[in-house]
Design a protein around this ligand. Structure first.
Ligand code: ZN
Ligand code: ZN
Length: 616
């Protein structure tokens, strides 16, 4: 397998790129991929020489030494060990390299992790600035989770879909501003390694899950389009010599054959699957607890967080029922309210979902909401927004089409003057029924919440704050639960402050929040108890008021990934708890705006580390 794809953000980013994007924000892509794309150029520049302009306020010799080590030694080694990840991040020195996941490859990867662990032990963390301390914790988690993934989680044995050269090819061609000929030479040497890569894959796989095998077969077939379309077209445009073109073609033919062989081999395995030679998709309670600790980096255990999610579900149902009862006479005159609590809520949600904009007005509606959000935040003194960095709503560019209906494109930490875009795919391209179902979901109420989450003061504002304190480490290892948690917290905070205050708005916020809760419960139950499609249906459709098609997709995704779906609720919960603690500590002196600004000033560090710094 690609040993690089197991850790932290890289894994999450890969998850999206390899096709099972978050269906929660199915329309709005997870923040990392687009963000990475924008950052790549600046990151390459940084590593090429701007390292001199380190921004840390060094307050000790030890601090300076740590800065030097992390920015020079550590990052250089990290990229050398992870050439595909480096290409993705815009560091192209290793574009011609592909790591082979054989015994030697795994050994050197383990050695790097162990050496880094020893190096970290030598650092006196008391002497580090806050900025370096959070970076230290992020590197430490990278090392410890890397060791966990390799020694215990062992996805390389059971997940055939973790072997995929799509990224290795894609980032060389599409992520590098270099001339085409240079890119093709790099690609040619990567392709040369592909047969050895898949040979190692076959050697490693032992009792795979049926679900990941199916996914790998699907993705393998998808890879072949590189060979039939992209490569011939690129070669035609290039000025490579005949000898170079021949070499490229030879490597490409061998690589294509290796992929086809791998898929055929998986299909043969699949034909002979039994309960004995496969394993269930559920990783089990003990493994889940560990993965939760490494991925979320929460101060709370998975089990405790599960109890909190259960309690929140009950609370939300109670609140939603009260709201439904209060709205009933107004909207359902003459119809008796069903005895069944959940049925009554569902009827009210269905009724109110009809309030939505026309497909042709979708973009304009979003555009109009941006200044309203800014005004509200300013009037209520919630957080300082930078008027010099307005968010531009635009039609999703062609090259990004198919990735997601919309996304945030933000400049990286070293490209501060760049624009941030809110890409929206116009619904006029949808069939009428699809547009209608979509608009019922993103109705007048939910669209507001979505804009808060994605844009203001959610992901977009968080990125602006985190870019003020540029740290390559925080860019690479940014904590997903903090990032998603902040966007979810932004929704809650705006509703609390009274944004578009009404019982209808509250009802839809509750539904939205319930989805965050259900994501957690789904992930936890599917991965620890092996819940099946029927049990999932009860949770998502009956109790979560979701559509059954959406629930099916969610279930499929929950069998293929672990813990990522839990990050929304976990991050949100930790931020709310931290806010309570700070309130308690400061009493009358508590200031919401100051809390937000301090919280965001640490970059995308885990909430538990931010907590330590804020309560210090
Ligand atoms: Zn309608
Ligand atoms: Zn998000």
């Amino acid at each position: 397998m690609n040993m690089e794809t197991k850790v932290g953000n890289k894994y999450q980013a890969t998850e999206i790129l390899s096709g099972f994007a978050d269906t929660y924000f199915g329309f709005f892509s997870y923040i990392y991929p687009t963000n990475f794309k924008i950052m790549r150029k600046s990151l390459a520049l940084l590593i090429a020489g701007i390292l001199l302009t380190a921004t840390v306020t060094a307050n000790s010799e030890a601090d300076k030494k740590f800065t030097d080590w992390k920015e020079n030694t550590f990052i250089s080694q990290l990229w050398a060990m992870n050439p595909v990840w480096a290409s993705q991040q815009g560091f192209h020195k290793y574009d011609a390299v592909l790591s082979i996941p054989d015994e030697a490859g795994m050994k050197s990867s383990l050695a790097f992790l162990n050496e880094t662990r020893i190096k970290l032990k030598e650092v006196n963390t008391d002497m580090l600035s806050d900025a370096n301390l959070t970076d230290y914790k992020l590197i430490q988690n990278y090392v410890l989770s890397g060791l966990f993934y390799q020694n215990e989680f062992k996805e390389y044995e059971w997940n055939p879909a973790s072997y995929n050269v799509g990224d290795a090819i894609d980032y060389v061609i599409n992520n590098n501003p270099a001339p085409l000929d240079e890119k093709l030479r790099n690609l040619s040497s990567r392709l040369e390694k592909v047969p050895a890569y898949y040979a190692a894959a076959k050697h490693n796989i032992n009792k795979p899950t049926q679900e990941h095998t199916r996914l790998a077969i699907m993705q393998g077939d998808g890879l072949l389009s590189f060979f039939t379309d992209v490569f011939p077209d690129s070669l035609k445009l290039s000025k490579l010599s005949v000898t170079e073109k021949d070499a490229f073609n030879k490597n490409a033919v061998a690589a294509k054959k290796a992929i086809e062989d791998y898929v055929a081999w998986l299909k043969a395995l699949q034909g002979k699957f039994t309960a004995e030679n496969t394993r269930p998709y559920a990783i089990g309670q003990a493994m889940y607890a560990k993965k939760f600790n490494y991925d979320i980096q929460s101060a709370t255990s998975a089990q405790e967080m599960y109890m909190k999610a259960m309690a929140r579900k009950t609370e939300l149902h109670r609140d939603m029922y009260q709201l439904t009862a209060s709205l009933w006479p107004q909207y359902m005159k003459g119809t008796p309210m069903p005895q069944d609590t959940l049925g009554a809520i569902r009827a009210m949600i269905n009724k109110l979902s009809e309030k939505h904009c026309k497909p042709e007005d979708f973009m304009a509606t979003i555009e109009k909401q941006m200044p309203e959000l800014v005004q509200f935040i300013n009037n209520h003194n919630l957080i300082t927004l930078d008027p010099k960095k307005p968010l531009k709503v635009r039609k999703t560019p062609e090259y990004m089409a198919g990735v997601a209906g919309a996304s945030i494109n933000s400049p990286g930490p070293y490209d501060k003057e760049g624009n941030t875009y809110y890409n929206v795919t116009p619904l006029t391209s949808y069939k009428p029924e699809k547009a209608e179902s979509y608009l019922r979901e993103y109705n007048n109420y939910v669209l507001q919440i979505l804009n808060i989450h994605e844009a203001i003061p959610g992901h977009y504002v968080q990125l602006i704050y985190s870019n003020r304190n540029p740290s390559v480490i925080k860019t690479i290892f940014g904590n997903g639960a903090m990032i998603e948690g902040w966007a979810c917290y932004a929704e809650r905070m705006m509703i609390e402050a009274g944004y578009h205050k009404s019982p209808e708005m509250q009802l839809f916020y509750d539904k939205w929040n319930l989805r965050e809760v259900c994501n957690f419960l789904l992930d936890y139950n599917v991965q620890t108890y092996g819940w099946n499609t029927k049990e999932v249906g009860v949770l998502l459709v009956n109790e979560g008021f979701q559509q059954s098609a959406e629930a099916e997709e969610k279930f499929k995704r929950a069998t293929l990934s672990q813990v990522q779906l839990a990050s929304y609720f976990a991050g949100l919960t930790e931020i709310l708890e931290l806010r309570d603690e700070v309130k308690k500590k400061l009493g009358d002196k508590f200031d919401l705006k100051a809390f937000h600004e301090q919280f965001l000033s640490y970059g995308s560090a885990p909430v538990k580390e931010i907590r330590k710094l804020m309560l210090k």
